[in-house]
Design a protein around this ligand. Sequence first.
Ligand code: GUN
Length: 314
Amino acid sequence: MIATETHQAEILDGRLAAAQIKGEVAAEVTALKSKHGVTPRLAAVLVGDDTASAVYVRNKIRACEEVGIASEHLAMPASTTTEELLSVVDALNRNNDVDGILVQLPLPKQIDDSVIIEAIDPAKDVDAFQPTNVGLLAMGRPRFVPCTPAGIIELLDRNQIEITGANACVVGRSQIVGRPVASLLLQRNATVTICHSQTRNLPEVTRQADILIAAIGRPAFIRGDYIRPGATVIDVGVNKVTDVDAARDYFGHEAEKRIEAITKRGYTLVGDVHPAEADRVAGKRTPVPGGVGLLTVAMLMKNTLQAARWRRGL
Ligand code: GUN
């Protein structure tokens, strides 16, 4: 494929894949209820008043309602201590009615998040951040799989993008996305490269990728010259853009709509990939919003259903 001004990458629609997955989960939840009298239950804990985290938790609770999973939303003040949160997690661990426990990250800075994550019962760890589940995934024996990485694999599979033998490049090495998605791609027989802030000649490395995954948390960081012509580009970033000139640069034919959003509510969202430049070079790319984020929520539903089954030996 040749990069030209008229080329437009195909958009990988997260909405469609997420709706399919939630539909499948809903059918299985109904079957679990009628056959075994079991309704899966998710407990979501939100500490503090970070507005983005509040939106994410609300979306997760709404998805539970859509698929028939019971949920509870525990809100704790920003001043919560590690010990206080630990006692809430302990109570949820002991509550036999709760199948999945989710503690929304990031936590306020006085809380030691590794202590909290380690305390979650691995059998209820629907985020798969607890070291037991991290270790199983690293060993190639995944039990729970983190939601965003699992969603990325689903999106690739549901769009018939071949993973086996592909050169996959992951930019970012976070516990939540970079490391686990690299493990999953390796397990699916991709040739995996993990890049980070110390990588030399980053664009040269990323240009080798058939599948390029951007999970670094920097707005529009992946430019056109980082992308192999025809590559599939998965954008995990969610960054606020408040500057009208930046929006004009990022969004090409969508710029006017995005600038209107900035004028109306103060910001628009961009991922870690420069969308207008990626459109000219990539074969396929995920949009922000409407891409990977929706898959994260859908996979959380799948993990919660799985937790409800596994905890009862089903
Ligand atoms: N913060 C950002 N992504 C996630 C996620 O997948 N789960 C939780 N609990 N917090 C997050």
